[in-house]
Design a protein around this ligand. Structure first.
Ligand code: IMP
Length: 194
């Protein structure tokens, strides 16, 4: 079957192919939102999005949820311009409000090695939320370095470097509506890229 092409404006030596179409992503997020509402029994839910990759996922998830939803954002040091994790996680932007006694749902784009989510869970747990749960759009289970899992997973994906729907390569491709696999041709290949 021919590979589906994207309309992404790629750089020389880079190409993308659709892994998860925008409609599959939207359908799955609607289902996740229903599960989350059911589990939290329509109590207020405070969504904490991890900048910048989770913004589209958080925005669509929030719009599919019913009941009282509030939002905040946190930022950590991440891959930067490489496709390989440095293994170092550092808080670069903290939350604006306290989460003590609240139902918190940490919203992340992808669980890869697990270092980011396990670090954030440690940080947030210390602030005594009523409940702390994790939602990720994508899960690359085979890349895990620390034992951590999400309560809500959009899709389990193979070990391929993906971009789009918030995910970037060197800050590009976040605006693609589909989740795409990025291939690098004739460039120094980094871990995780194909
Ligand atoms: P972890 O700490 O290794 O689990 O990585 C989490 C972060 O790495 C995510 O929030 C992403 O920013 C980035 N990341 C991991 N895999 C990918 C990928 O396939 N494409 C783009 N970014 C990724």
């Amino acid at each position: 079957m021919p590979k589906k092409k994207t309309t992404a404006a790629t750089m020389p030596g880079e190409s993308t192919r659709i892994l998860l179409s925008r409609s599959r992503v939207q359908t799955r997020i609607a289902t996740l939102a229903r599960e989350i509402n059911r589990d939290f029994r329509d109590e207020p839910v405070h969504l904490v999005g991890v900048l910048k990759g989770a913004i589209f996922f958080l925005a669509d998830l929030a719009r599919h949820m019913s009941g009282e939803v509030s939002l905040d954002f946190i930022s950590v040091s991440s891959y930067g311009k490489e496709t390989q994790s440095s293994g170092q996680v550092r808080l670069t932007k903290d939350l604006d409000t306290s989460i003590e006694g609240r139902n918190v749902l940490l919203v992340e784009d992808i669980l890869d090695t697990g270092l980011t989510v396990s670090y954030l869970l440690r940080v947030l747990e210390q602030r005594r939320p009523k409940r702390l749960r994790v939602a990720v759009l994508l899960d690359k289970t085979e890349r895990r370095k620390v034992p951590v899992s999400a309560d809500y997973v959009g899709f389990r994906i193979p070990n391929e470097f993906v971009v789009g729907y918030g995910l970037d390569y060197a800050e590009r491709y976040r605006n693609l509506a589909d989740v795409c696999v990025l291939s690098l041709h004739g460039k120094a290949k980094k871990e995780g890229a194909v």
